[in-house]
Write a new protein. Structure first.
Length: 139
């Protein structure tokens, strides 16, 4: 997230199932304070459904929503039945360890293939000016 703000050569950013804590600037009067400067490049958040729903409950106190609303082109998508480790290759190499750290019921290989296709299409669109960008809200 910080690289998208601070490095002019960064032209698009993807956040994989993360909370943009670096964009929180403080806490006062029972509320989080957040960076409200426009986010200068396109931003895509790819989340598990659990993380996505958690963010919905926090509303305007969820930093990702604030930054997405400030981004040049902010979008958020979610993967159903995926856990945080489904966004890594760990479930393919060590399913027991990945399960301990958090995988969902979704097929690990299918999840990675789908996510990698989205990432490739996103960066092709924004970095190479190739293709079209049609993202679903839910995968």
């Amino acid at each position: 997230m910080t690289a998208g703000r601070e490095r002019p050569q960064v032209r698009a950013v993807i956040d994989l199932d993360g909370t943009m804590l670096g964009e929180e600037t403080g806490f006062a009067d029972g509320k989080y304070q957040m960076n409200t400067e426009p986010y200068p490049v396109p931003l895509l958040c790819i989340d598990t459904s659990e993380h996505y729903e958690q963010g919905q409950r926090y509303g305007d106190q969820y930093v990702n929503h604030v930054i997405l609303s400030l981004a040049k082109d902010g979008r958020e998508i979610q993967f159903t039945d995926a856990g945080h480790m489904n966004f890594t290759d760990l479930p393919l190499f060590s399913p027991p360890l990945a399960a301990l750290l958090g995988t969902g019921k979704r097929d690990a290989r299918e999840c990675l293939v789908t996510m990698n296709g989205i990432i490739r299409d996103y960066f092709d669109y924004y970095l190479k000016g190739q293709g079209t960008l049609s993202l679903q809200e839910t995968y």
